[in-house]
Design a protein around this ligand. Structure first.
Ligand SMILES: *[C@@H]1O[C@H](CO)[C@@H](O)[C@H](O)[C@H]1NC(C)=O
Ligand SMILES: *[C@@H]1O[C@H](CO)[C@@H](O)[C@H](O)[C@H]1NC(C)=O
Ligand SMILES: *[C@@H]1O[C@H](CO)[C@@H](O)[C@H](O)[C@H]1NC(C)=O
Ligand SMILES: *[C@@H]1O[C@H](CO)[C@@H](O)[C@H](O)[C@H]1NC(C)=O
Ligand SMILES: *[C@@H]1O[C@H](CO)[C@@H](O)[C@H](O)[C@H]1NC(C)=O
Length: 202
């Protein structure tokens, strides 16, 4: 602060202003440090080559069992970094409106993410079983994640917090990618059920 020089009588007032400003800054830092937001995880991209009709015009040769994906992790905190443990991803295939079968699992290695940053992590898995059978005239997958995070504030790392969530994703049966191009939030509590007639499943 560059307060203009005044008579000596205002020194006390200046000190007081300075002190209040300092307390304010400390309170703000503490508040920013202690109010942490969980990171948000999204399925940014998924590609199932066996559903790509250009690649395999004959459905009986859909033998490629690879699933490619890109996971997006977003840290919206203003001052807190995030240390991620390994992120376990599990992929399942809807075999009916309310039942799934595991296709396979993948791991995205743990990493440190600074405040206000987003990261894209690509990966793939060799799935098992039938990747292409439709339900209700669509091919639906379920993607779930599990991990734990520690938040780093200006002073210390917090203890670990466990995080998990998942979402249902409709896969385009002739392109092998998501029907809805928008990234899919792997939210906390969406059930692994296809709501019949719901057009917004993604
Ligand atoms: C599907 O296969 C075609 C032909 O190989 C390829 O050009 C296209 O990029 C594939 N689609 C995706 C999403 O990779
Ligand atoms: C499956 O298809 C993808 C994309 O075309 C290719 O990169 C991958 O090697 C294939 N996997 C197998 C096991 O053939
Ligand atoms: C799944 O749906 C079928 C009918 O489509 C129903 O009979 C069954 O009880 C449901 N199972 C669960 C666990 O909700
Ligand atoms: C994937 O992991 C889950 C447990 O997290 C397990 O139940 C399932 O069998 C695994 N799937 C495969 C194909 O290994
Ligand atoms: C997967 O299931 C569908 C429908 O039941 C069937 O048409 C297709 O041939 C199966 N694919 C494989 C690779 O078994």
């Amino acid at each position: 602060m560059t307060a203009p020089a005044k008579s000596s009588g205002s020194c006390c007032a200046q000190c007081l202003t300075f002190l209040i400003a300092k307390i304010g800054v400390i309170a703000l830092l503490l508040w920013l440090t202690l109010c942490v937001d969980e990171p948000r995880l999204y399925l940014d991209y998924i590609y199932v080559p066996s559903l790509n009709k250009t690649l395999n015009p004959n459905p009986h040769t859909h033998t490629n069992t690879t699933i490619f994906f890109t996971l997006k992790l977003v840290n919206n905190n203003k001052v807190n970094g995030i240390q991620y443990d390994d992120v376990s991803l599990s992929f399942s295939h809807f075999t009916s409106l309310n039942a799934t079968r595991s296709l396979g699992n993948a791991t995205v290695g743990g990493f440190y993410q600074g405040y206000h940053k987003g990261a894209l992590k690509q990966g793939y898995l060799a799935a098992t079983g039938n990747l292409t059978a439709p339900v209700n005239a669509g091919v639906y997958y379920r993607v779930d994640f599990k991990t734990a995070v520690k938040y780093k504030n200006l002073f210390w790392y917090t203890k670990r917090h466990r995080l998990w969530g998942g979402a249902n994703v409709e896969i385009d049966a002739s392109l092998g990618t998501k029907v809805h191009p928008k990234e899919v939030r792997l939210g906390g509590n969406s059930p692994a059920v296809i709501e019949s007639g719901a057009p917004g499943i993604r």
